[in-house]
Write a protein that binds this ligand. Structure first.
Ligand code: FAD
Length: 346
């Protein structure tokens, strides 16, 4: 099949990867400037349990499915020569003494949504047993099975795979219709433009900002979430004492640079977690706008010749493999059934 994908964020890139594996002839259109995309700003956490705080159990189920799919994808990419940092030591949730109310609320919220037979995914722990340098904290919550990938490394490996095994067109696409991209005809077209698709998909933007620090004095092995009544912080340890610190969540489609206020809040919270961040160097600051539907669910919409996949909101890395799997195995999709396809939303 001759297939076009518009948008090479994490959604379009994982989709291209799966379609190339299935031997389709894939053309990916992207307007370029990867560093401005939402997928480039992402911290790469694969955190289905922590996300349960604000997401529902459908997102949790898709997240668990993706947690199983990611290692296979990473393994295959590494066999092609890619080197992608992946760690599955889980997430440690902590709070300062004065914020224990937020911590309890988080803990009760996720335990209430977790199925009974998944309760063991969350364990109360002594923080120092897991992270000896977090000496200001006593009790924590360990979300054991959560993982992370280096989002930049994943994106660049997926893009290299597309360039090697498909066609890459660097262009701002103006017209997407069933079977057609800017006048070019395909057996099927996928629209994965993120927030740029908002004229065709009911989306709104949620701005997020995050920093990358190099902190040789900090040795953390787990993703750490700091509960706070006003702003939440997470720290994602990468290779060689690099730490992603994020993320703000602001109802805005503004994709401009990180604000002073956000940088101050994120950095102060990081310093309150571990004083070793005082001497850290700021390597980069990124912002992105998360494409969200009103119900915060992923969006799959299929008409004959055109599938739109969007609304990955806070969980694009977490959900992409499972959402793509769902879209490609849906019976109305051309590759399963050549018949007439009615309009269909999932
Ligand atoms: C600060 C921050 C931290 C985050 N952390 C995490 C995390 O830890 N874990 C997680 O799972 N998720 C995280 N997310 C969410 C995740 O980044 C998003 O859900 C995901 O990036 C959405 O991917 P997408 O491919 O749908 O959209 P995008 O990344 O926006 O990609 C859309 C692509 O379409 C292209 N495009 C748009 N219009 C056109 C056009 N007309 N022609 C051609 N190309 C076009 C763009 O160039 C872009 O490459 C985070 C988000 C932010 C902002």
């Amino acid at each position: 099949m001759k297939v076009a994908i518009v948008g090479a964020g994490i959604c379009g890139s994982v989709l291209a990867y799966e379609l190339i594996k299935k031997q389709h002839h894939v053309t990916v259109y992207d307007k370029g400037s990867t560093e401005d995309t939402c997928s480039y700003a992402a911290a790469g956490m694969l955190a289905p349990v922590a996300e349960l705080e604000s997401a529902n159990t459908d997102v949790y189920d898709l997240g668990l499915r993706s947690l199983n799919l990611w290692p296979k994808i990473l393994d295959e990419l590494s066999q092609q020569g890619a080197s992608i940092f992946y760690r599955s030591t889980g997430t440690l949730v902590v709070a300062h003494h004065q914020d224990l109310g937020s911590f309890q609320q988080f803990s009760q919220g996720i335990r209430a949504k977790l199925p009974n037979d998944h309760q063991q995914a969350v364990e109360s722990v002594n923080v120092l047993d897991l992270e000896p340098e977090l000496e200001n904290f006593n009790t924590g919550l360990w979300l054991k099975h959560e993982a992370q990938v280096d989002s930049h490394q994943v994106l660049s490996a997926l893009h290299a795979n597309i360039r090697k095994n498909g066609d890459w067109v660097c262009r701002h696409v103006r017209g997407i219709k069933p079977h057609v991209v800017d006048g070019e005809v395909y057996d099927w077209v996928f629209d994965c433009r993120g927030l740029a698709a908002k004229a065709d998909v009911p989306l709104y933007g949620v701005r997020g900002e995050r920093l990358l620090l190099h902190a040789p004095e900090v040795n953390l092995q787990h993703m750490v979430r700091l509960m706070h009544p006003r702003y939440r912080l997470y720290i994602v340890p990468r290779e060689d004492h690099h730490y992603v610190v994020g993320a703000t969540e602001i109802q805005s489609a503004d994709n401009g640079p990180v604000s002073v206020r956000s940088a101050l809040e994120l950095l102060s919270a990081a310093y309150s977690l571990h004083s070793g961040f005082a001497e850290a160097r700021i390597i980069s600051m990124h912002s992105g706008v998360r494409p969200a539907c009103l119900d915060h669910q992923p969006y799959i919409h299929i008409v004959k010749g055109l599938t739109r996949i969007n609304g990955l909101y806070r969980h694009g890395y977490l959900l992409a493999p499972a959402v793509i799997e769902k879209a490609l195995t849906h019976p109305d999709f051309l590759f399963q059934s050549q018949g007439q396809t009615d309009e269909y939303s999932i």
